[in-house]
Design a protein around this ligand. Structure first.
Ligand code: GLA
Length: 685
């Protein structure tokens, strides 16, 4: 951190104030009579809460009529929290505009691709391009910022809530889209070229003739892929403009306080690389289901993604659930004891906070059955007891604040533009799913305790031993050159099918597939060949038989060697995976979707070949992660996600000496972890 790192300075201020990890949650006192607030503050102290997010959905109460403000209730709450020493992450309430805005200015309501206007009655009912919405959002933000700047409770800012990048099709958005296109392309001929409008004679004569892409139900056949992709980019930008406008107002009043907006992890419609660069600290809402057998794996990859968005800096877990989350269907309770291990998992992977939605369960409204730190049953509940105990654990980890995880040796490429393009219509297969392919590659590494960072295709990859590239369908020249240079310089690459196919406009790269990577991979793909559902072929890899499903590239070797081959079907004897020595590195290519065993062997072989080593071996379901304290002291988290006791053997040569959670000074070489048990071992100093 230095003078040239204002975000770092703002966070240092927050750390100084909290003196430990942040612990708390969303606090919505406006849903309760004032009598409850004192009780809330007393219980917050009992639980060790030091930060609460306030005001997220309070616009209709703070500004009951246009331009008429009532801050009385919020003043009182801020004062109470200040007295109790609880910091406030103050939200601008702009994710839920008041009913008068929708009523008096119906043009602020967004319109979906089918042409339907979204109604008032839930939240997020605003068109991000609407100047009327933006005017009113700026006004309430200005009023809040000027009123609470300098308030002793104010610790940081939370802009809006879970922006979604709503792709709005109202006339104001159409006009905004045209301006955005004119800025991007300069001339309409450049747009025609990028979108390939010679196809079906879609040529435009003026930007004024261009619309937002209509829903498939309003078209006779498939939409223009370039138009779809640019609309996704535009919609992301329109929401980001709303965020930065509020951020800039806040900065004028409180230049020293951090500003964030809460992300939804592996969420499709916002390019969080861009968003992370626009805020001071990345923050996450995570709702991995308690009863999902892969819940901890899904949480881990979201945590790794958040940590990666700002180059490994600590991030904030702003929302998670003490129990169930209302995701539809049957929302089972969290098993007793799981809350602690799932919360510590975030800290292990770089979070400087453990926070929840929400502090006190709502009596009314759509989320009245969502779990909370104070459930409807209050302090008599098991959840409350676990929340209080967790507060004590979190306090014991204060030294970790500001400390980072060591950079991983493995990077996995993650590009939102590729995600948008990959899942667009009219592809050889309609079943390609970006996150499913990411997880297929991430899963074996997580089970083996091998740390992973995520990286943008343009990132400096030189410090990674292995770079994994699942389904990089869209890649621009800079990204392709970056990967090529990485391998030429000695890097190891594992790439899977349907990669390098199109440029940044979703136009097929000329000369055959995999256009951007033919030389790097030393192969040509004669046919892109999705398999029918239920169609499966045996393959052979490293002495093991496996099965190929979903996709089967017809690969011609052109310098690469065969690494795995089909042993049945039309492709019998032909390559399922290849390896190419290129420069001083290697590029491995997987032309199918193999069974989990083959996938595990292939990914781990690539890791071993690249010199990657795991944190340590643990029984399945026990996660081992290392994170440093701010002073550089190493820590080992051992997290038992299972309902069985587990035994972990520690390497006696390593320096682990103190379990921070129970304060005991020495640990044995063999640890017993009870069901959902966790230890955090600190290295000897
Ligand atoms: C999100 C929102 C919260 C709440 C929770 C629980 O994370 O930010 O307002 O709705 O989900 O579902």
């Amino acid at each position: 951190m230095s003078r040239t790192d204002p975000a770092g300075e703002r966070l240092a201020g927050l750390r100084q104030r909290l003196q430990g990890l942040a612990y708390g949650g969303d606090y919505n006192p406006e849903q309760w009579p004032a009598g409850t607030w004192r009780e809330d503050v007393r219980l917050m102290r009992e639980a060790g809460v030091n930060l609460v997010t306030v005001g997220v959905f309070s616009w209709g109460l703070l500004e009951p009529r246009p331009g008429v403000f009532d801050f009385g209730r919020l003043d009182e709450v801020m004062d109470l929290l200040a007295e109790a020493g609880v910091g406030v992450d103050l939200a601008t309430p702009t994710a839920a505009p008041p009913s008068w805005l929708a009523h008096e200015h119906p043009q602020t309501l967004p319109v979906d691709a089918e042409g339907r206007k979204i109604a008032f009655g839930a939240r997020l009912h605003f068109c991000p391009s609407s100047p009327v919405y933006r005017y009113h959002a700026a006004r309430i933000t200005e009023r809040l910022a000027e009123r609470y700047a300098g308030h002793p409770a104010l610790a940081m800012w939370h802009v809006g809530n879970e922006y979604v990048g709503f792709g709005c099709h109202c006339p104001v958005s159409v006009a905004h889209f045209r301006r955005w296109l004119a800025d991007r392309y300069g001339t309409v001929d450049a747009l025609n070229d990028a979108w390939g409008t010679a196809f079906w004679g879609q040529r435009y004569d003026s930007f004024d003739h261009v619309g937002t892409p209509a829903a498939r139900s309003r078209l006779v056949s498939g939409p223009n892929p370039g138009q779809l992709l640019d609309f996704a980019r535009f919609s992301d930008t329109a929401s980001l403009e709303c965020f930065t406008a509020e951020r800039d107002i806040i900065r004028r009043h409180t230049p020293g306080l951090p500003v964030t907006t809460n992300f939804m992890g592996s969420f499709k419609h916002l390019d969080y690389w861009r968003w992370a660069a626009a805020e001071d600290v990345v923050s996450l809402d995570i709702y991995a289901k308690p009863y999902d057998p892969e819940g901890q794996l899904l949480a881990a990859y979201n945590f790794d993604l958040m940590r990666s968005l700002r180059g490994g800096r600590p991030w904030l877990m702003l929302e998670s659930a003490t129990g169930n989350n209302l995701t539809g269907g049957r929302n089972s309770a969290r098993p007793a004891g799981q809350l602690r291990v799932r919360s510590l998992q975030a800290v292990a992977r770089g979070a400087d906070s453990v926070m929840f939605f929400q502090w006190r369960a709502s009596r009314a409204g759509a989320e009245r059955f969502h779990s909370a730190m104070v459930p409807h049953g209050g302090t008599r509940t098991r959840t409350w007891r676990e929340v209080v105990a967790l507060g004590r654990d979190v306090a014991r980890l204060a030294d970790l604040v500001g400390g980072s995880c060591d950079p991983a040796d493995v990077a996995m490429l993650w590009d939102w533009e590729n995600w948008w393009a990959l899942e667009a219509p009219d592809h050889p297969s309609g079943d390609l799913r970006f996150t499913a392919r990411i997880l297929d590659h991430y899963r074996p590494l997580w089970h083996a305790n091998i740390p992973v960072d995520f990286a943008h295709p343009h990132a400096d990859l030189s410090r990674y031993r292995l770079v994994i590239v699942p389904n990089l369908y869209l890649v621009d020249d800079a990204g392709a050159d970056n990967l090529t240079a990485y391998v030429r310089g000695g890097g190891h690459l594992l790439m899977s099918y349907f990669s390098g196919i199109v440029d940044q406009h979703d136009r097929v790269r000329p000369g055959g597939h995999p256009g951007a990577f033919r030389d790097l991979l030393g192969i040509d793909i004669d046919e892109l060949n999705p398999l029918q559902i239920g169609e499966a072929y045996e393959l052979h890899h490293a002495g093991h038989a496996g099965t190929a499903t979903d996709w089967q590239d017809v690969i011609l070797l052109n310098g690469a060697e065969q690494l795995a081959a089909y042993t049945a079907g039309e492709q019998k004897g032909q390559p399922a995976a290849t390896r190419h020595r290129f420069g001083t590195g290697t590029a491995t290519y997987l032309g199918t979707s193999p069974d989990p065993g083959t996938m595990r062997r292939l990914v781990l072989d690539c890791a071993t070949g690249a010199g990657v080593t795991p944190v340590m071996d643990t029984p399945d379901g026990v996660e081992a992660v290392r994170r440093r304290a701010a002073d550089g002291t190493d820590h080992l988290f051992l997290l038992n996600h299972t309902t069985e006791e587990a035994t972990v053997d520690l390497d006696p040569a390593l320096p682990w000496s103190v379990d921070l959670l129970n304060g005991q000074a020495a640990v044995a070489d063999r640890l017993r972890l009870p069901p959902f048990g966790a230890v955090v071992l600190s290295a000897e100093r």
